[in-house]
Design a protein around this ligand. Structure first.
Ligand code: TXA
Ligand code: MG
Length: 356
């Protein structure tokens, strides 16, 4: 077991210490604007293998490579001239920021980073702590979200330590992340461009910046589920972002939430002995439960963001799910926000987390 250092990102010496750890092939978790990432030297086969081991992540799920600036793209990708205009448009509109691009990889990228695929996922985060760390390390840094595989992504250093304390060398603490859901994942090598994971950068913004249509990847309805390794982006197909408790999504309205609460209390879905805790509710800050609903015993309410402001819902989604897990709830009831914009990213994470 490692002694995980808890470093303060506001201290320049701590940034240097974290960068030195990365340069020696160690694992350092750090804040980005989306969620905390678990970083390691993307050019080192051993360092990348250590990420998979610490997270208990299957080898078929590839990693995003983080760069300090777009100038480093040539080190990790080989972009054909036929794609350079659209990549240039995407880079100048959205980097640094929460957009991951799947691009033809350079031979410098080990197979393990891309799970043997021809495209490597790349992004330039804009969080100042990530920027400072990446610049000081002067290396491309592979970094999946810094959680145990399948679990809710971390938006604070405490979340990282709850999952990975003793398994990584350090966490660089820069406080809670601002966006709260992971980056948009886009394959711009196809036309229309393929969206694999919705995030804060929306299809409308991608279309406006490039003039090229964007299509969200969805398997054909009724098709048998594919193995993750057979999917164009493996994270698409799996239970993910999930709390320990059973997550039940409710089509968004207070009335529907109350009805779901009554149902879960009268027929608690064959509780296992380990699942006898209260029912948790993730409740928008501008919603009030009617009194008969509110006063039920065995119900705990965790305040979420504002229903009419998806930014606040995204920013506090994962912290809310983790806080309810900490209270050992057996079920989490969560209203499903309206679709569109960041709402699509929140719905995507909730729908994946609610899979059995
Ligand atoms: O915001 C984020 O993207 C965070 C921060 C730390 O940057 N990172 C993150 O990484 O969410 P991760 O590994 O938890 O999710 C990456 C997703 C997965 O669904 C993975 O399957 C997909 O991107 N992905 C990565 N490389 C890929 C590749 N070469 N081809 C297709 N999909 C890829
Ligand atoms: Mg992840």
């Amino acid at each position: 077991m490692l002694k995980t250092l808890h470093l303060d990102a506001s201290n320049p010496a701590a940034i240097q210490q974290a960068a030195a750890l990365l340069r020696r092939g160690n694992l350092v978790a750090f804040a980005t604007e989306t969620v905390y990432g678990l970083g390691a030297n993307a050019l080192s086969v051993q360092a990348v293998a250590a990420i998979f081991a610490a997270k208990q992540r299957p080898a078929w799920d590839p990693l995003i490579v983080h760069l300090a600036s777009p100038e480093q793209l040539a080190q990790v990708t080989q972009i054909p001239s036929s794609l350079s205009a659209r990549i240039q448009a995407l880079v100048s509109a959205f980097w640094p920021g929460p957009l991951t691009l799947l691009l033809p990889r350079s031979p410098a990228i080990p197979d393990a980073v891309t799970a043997g695929r021809d495209l490597v996922a790349v992004r330039v985060p804009h969080h100042p702590a990530a920027q400072a760390l990446l610049a000081a390390a002067a290396l491309p840094i592979a970094a999946p979200s810094a959680n145990r595989f399948g679990h809710t992504s971390p938006t604070t250093a405490a979340h990282v330590l709850a999952d990975l304390d003793g398994r990584i060398h350090a966490v660089l603490d820069a406080g809670p992340t601002s966006v709260g859901v992971e980056s948009t994942v886009l394959d711009p090598t196809q036309t229309p461009m393929r969206l694999y994971r919705p995030g804060a950068v929306t299809p409308q913004q991608l279309l406006a910046a490039t003039g090229i249509a964007v299509e969200r990847f969805l398997p054909p309805p009724g098709a048998p589920p594919l193995e993750p390794s057979a999917l164009p982006s493996p994270g698409f197909g799996i239970r993910h972002y999930a709390p320990q408790a059973r997550l039940e999504l409710v089509k968004g309205s207070v009335q529907a939430l109350c009805a779901a609460l009554r149902k879960s209390q009268t027929s608690p879905a064959a509780p296992l002995p380990t699942h006898l805790g209260p029912v948790g509710i993730l409740l928008p800050t501008d919603w009030d439960l009617p009194q008969d609903c509110r006063l039920q015993p065995g119900v705990v309410v965790m305040r979420w963001g504002c229903w009419t402001d998806p930014k606040t819902l995204a920013a506090s989604l994962f912290a809310g799910l983790r806080a309810l897990d900490d209270l050992k709830v057996r079920t989490i009831l969560c209203p499903l926000p309206p679709s569109g914009g960041l709402g699509d990213a929140i719905r995507d994470r909730l729908e994946k987390a609610a899979r059995s």
